[in-house]
Write a protein that binds this ligand. Structure first.
Ligand code: ATP
Ligand code: MG
Length: 337
């Protein structure tokens, strides 16, 4: 078992509160992705679970036992750091083998060899296995760092933006590899990324951190469709959700107290109309879809359009806003159900 529970965890560094009264349960085998801007407390949360920091208040439970004061080595956790640090004097092979050769592990060398080579394949570094760690590109170093975390097969993986230095193709491949590994091992993942596709595709649940507070946690679909506030609504979705002052454009069923109306790009419908109130001001061609930038009643909206629709700047249109989300003065969502 490898479930993780944070119980009212606060972490202060001097007068900075990096995490503020965070409670969170991660079930065995779950893949939880943390999203949040720089300084939100993501790395701090991973370091607390790893045992590299101690909470100022609250407790951390791993597999049901109170691990708050346990040393990192006791926790059966492996960590891919945001600043991947390899042993520069060792080869790729020896970097990967290092965790397996730790004192007390007594893993036979042929078993070490088998696991190192398997992981090297997985993270696409087998062709550089004899290189010294300093003679690698940033993306290659990052892959070795991921490999070094995988080779031990612990029950909990903590990964801090592990794919950030990779190109889009490798990132997509490794995303799938990591999901397979997680499914095969039944391991628990706590994973930080700024990449929305990673968050949406890999997560069983996404946790949104803002200023040390866990603002919302839920499945990708819940976070996307049912954000608790404007901040969460704006964290997911590319292009970003349209935020419109109430009254600027016609919207049905606006509840009392609404200050801002949020409409996702896929819910802004445009129809060509020579005398329509809206004007297309820019078209971004992305291949499989286009982004239309639309000006209407002084509001700038972004919407999606299939490439078969040949929109040009200057075209006039009618606009309809579907499935609006309503936010109050404080940015909190107003329930409509
Ligand atoms: N060792 C430390 N000493 C003092 N302040 C720290 C320390 N570690 C983190 N902080 C502060 O705690 C807050 C949270 O930092 P953290 O590294 O957890 O952010 P993050 O969400 O990982 O950001 P990023 O996306 O930039 O990596 C920040 O204000 C940071 O300056
Ligand atoms: Mg960080």
């Amino acid at each position: 078992m490898s479930d993780i529970r944070l119980d009212h965890v606060t972490k202060r560094f001097g007068n900075v509160t990096a995490l503020n009264d965070v409670s969170l349960s991660i079930k065995n085998g779950e893949f939880v992705v943390l999203l949040g801007p720089t300084g939100a407390g993501k790395t701090t949360m991973l370091r607390l679970v790893a045992g590299l920091e101690k909470p100022s208040e609250g407790k951390i439970y791993i597999a049901g036992r109170d691990a708050t004061s346990e040393a990192p080595a006791m926790r059966d956790v492996s960590f891919v750091f945001q600043q991947y640090s390899l042993y520069p004097h060792l080869s790729v092979y020896d970097n990967l083998a290092f965790p397996l050769r730790a004192p007390g592990r007594n893993i036979p060398e042929d078993e070490v060899d088998r696991r190192v080579r398997k992981v090297a394949e997985l993270v696409r570094i087998a062709h550089k296995i004899k290189n010294s760690a300093t003679r690698l590109s940033g993306g290659e170093m990052q892959r070795v760092a991921i490999g070094r975390a995988l080779v031990r097969e612990p029950s909990i993986y903590l990964m801090d933006e592990p794919l950030s230095s990779l190109d889009a193709k490798l990132r997509a491949e490794l995303r799938i590899e990591l999901k397979h590994i997680q499914a095969d091992l039944g391991a628990t993942f706590l994973y930080v990324t700024h990449d929305q596709t990673e968050a949406m595709t890999m997560a069983s649940r996404i946790g949104i951190l803002e200023n040390g507070n866990l603002v919302q946690i839920g499945t990708p679909q819940e976070i996307y469709e049912d954000p608790v506030n404007a901040y969460v609504a704006e964290r997911l979705g590319t292009p970003r959700i349209n935020m419109i002052p109430v009254g600027a454009l016609p919207v049905n069923g606006v509840p009392d107290g609404t200050v801002t109306v949020g409409v996702r790009t896929e819910h802004v419908e445009v129809k060509a109309a020579a005398d329509g109130p809206a004007e297309i001001v820019m078209v971004e061609h992305l291949g499989s879809e286009n982004h239309l930038h639309v000006q209407c009643n002084g509001q700038h909206l972004v919407t999606l359009a299939p490439p078969a629709e040949h929109w040009r700047p200057g075209n006039r249109a009618q606009v309809a806003l579907k499935r609006p989300l309503f936010f109050d003065k404080g940015g909190n969502r107003i329930a409509t159900r």
